[in-house]
Write a protein that binds this ligand. Structure first.
Ligand SMILES: Nc1ncnc2c1ncn2[C@@H]1O[C@H](COP(=O)(O)OP(=O)(O)OP(=O)(O)O)[C@@H](O)[C@H]1O
Ligand SMILES: [Mg+2]
Length: 161
């Protein structure tokens, strides 16, 4: 599924639509360059789940935990591990479990810890976009759980609202 976003609001609308169909046990990989919109997406997602606390990037803590009514939400940003030359065994895989939802920025630095079944969201700037506000957002699934979530998103297409 590929969606074009023309603003922060449109990116967060998509994130909110995903939050409405998310189920515990989903791991979401947010891929894209610095400033692509990974944290912006997470903010819209968390807000839809009723999180009032400001969602800030956990670059130095690696992970922030939020309690939603139904499950724990983990926001990981492991960029720092890449700068440090890779992760040892940090036990991050405990955040990817059947009872919670995790969003991961810079997951390429913790590939060994990731589950097989993940929802991948690739955010990229659009070449020649003078406004700097446009993003292409591609969603894909690598297993049955994440595919089911994606199928539900297709039905409840939040890009309309
Ligand atoms: N359509 C859009 N979707 C998302 N963000 C946008 C869009 N247009 C402009 N922006 C801007 O791009 C920036 C995205 O920053 P954000 O922190 O979300 O990126 P990031 O991918 O998390 O980067 P990092 O790798 O540094 O953590 C924000 O300043 C936001 O206002
Ligand atoms: Mg970020």
């Amino acid at each position: 599924m590929i969606i074009n976003s023309n603003s922060v609001e449109e990116t967060q609308n998509l994130a909110q639509a995903l939050a409405r169909v998310i189920t515990p046990g989903t791991t979401i990989l947010l891929n894209g360059d610095l400033g692509a919109g990974k944290t912006t997406f997470t903010q819209g997602f968390a807000r839809e789940l009723g999180i009032k606390r400001p969602v800030k990037s956990p670059t130095f803590t690696l992970v922030r935990e939020y309690q939603t009514p139904a499950f724990m939400l983990y926001h990981l940003d492991v960029y720092r591990l890449g700068e440090e030359g890779g992760a040892e065994d940090l036990g991050l895989s405990e955040y990817f479990n059947p009872d919670s939802v995790a969003l991961v920025e810079w997951s390429e630095f913790i590939t060994d810890d990731l589950p097989d079944d993940v929802l991948v969201i690739d955010l990229s700037r659009i070449a020649g976009d003078a406004t700097e506000q446009q993003r292409q957002i591609e969603l894909s699934a690598t297993g049955p759980h994440s595919q089911h979530v994606l199928d539900q998103l297709g039905i409840d297409d939040g890009t309309r609202n």
